[in-house]
Design a protein around this ligand. Structure first.
Ligand SMILES: N[C@@H](CCC(=O)N[C@@H](CS)C(=O)NCC(=O)O)C(=O)O
Length: 217
């Protein structure tokens, strides 16, 4: 297919960033169509994603939404080895951690811990201390699980996969809060994994410019 792959989203969104990271790692060029939350209710966007979440993607006749689908598309378009393990148990473990990113790391570590501690300040909103404090215990468990899974340095199949990229996009934000940084530093495998991911061009090139300098001390 020669048509342009267009990815729609707001660069701060970790789901959007994870999709951009996956296409970068796949070596597949995309056009990034930056949209704000105000674009989601439009008819034009509803025709691409009826659930009105970001990211979404168009590629000729192909329209996709839901981040795991976009990650799988990036991996499938990669020339050479994909970003997915081949052994059944390893592939299953990769999808398991894609689910962990979606259902645990994002709603708690990002939308509670990071949102309250960092994004409220950036967007001029009131910080809810109780929500931020309540996120610490579940985030501790989530990071313990990742630490336990990182025995060989990767979450699945002993090599970089979609699981590392998606969970990495979430843990990167978690580690930009004071509490998150402390929790990551106390887990050596997790700390090394995050440092390595943060050093990749896919991560550095997709870090939203508006977040520069907003990390908690
Ligand atoms: N299940 C969706 C979740 C995506 C999602 O929650 N995106 C957020 C941005 S990080 C969003 O669109 N929020 C806007 C809203 O909820 O109105 C996916 O996998 O893509």
């Amino acid at each position: 297919m020669t048509e342009t792959i267009t990815l729609y989203g707001f660069p701060v969104s970790p789901h959007v960033r994870a999709a951009r990271i996956a296409f970068h790692e796949a070596g597949v060029a995309i056009a990034f169509n930056e949209i704000g939350l105000d674009h989601l209710p439009s008819d034009a966007y509803g025709a691409i994603n009826p659930f009105r979440k970001m990211p979404a993607l168009t590629h000729g006749a192909v329209t996709l939404y839901e981040t795991p689908a976009l990650l799988a598309y990036a991996s499938g378009l990669r020339t050479g080895a994909g970003l997915e393990p081949t052994a059944p148990a390893d592939r299953a473990r990769m999808w398991q951690f894609v689910g962990v990113a979606q259902h645990y790391l994002y709603p708690v570590g990002v939308m509670q811990l990071y949102f309250q501690n960092v994004l409220t300040g950036l967007f001029g909103m009131d910080r809810n201390d109780a929500v931020a404090a309540a996120a610490i215990a579940p985030t501790t468990l989530h990071l313990d699980v990742l630490e336990g899974a990182l025995g060989d340095g990767f979450l699945a199949g002993g090599a970089l996969s979609l699981a590392d990229l998606y969970c990495g996009a979430m843990v990167d934000y978690i580690g930009r809060t004071s509490d998150g940084r402390r929790l990551v530093a106390a887990r050596p495998r997790l700390a090394a994994w995050l440092e390595s991911l943060r050093g990749r061009a896919s991560f550095t090139s997709t870090f939203a410019a508006m977040l520069a300098g907003s990390d908690q001390p």
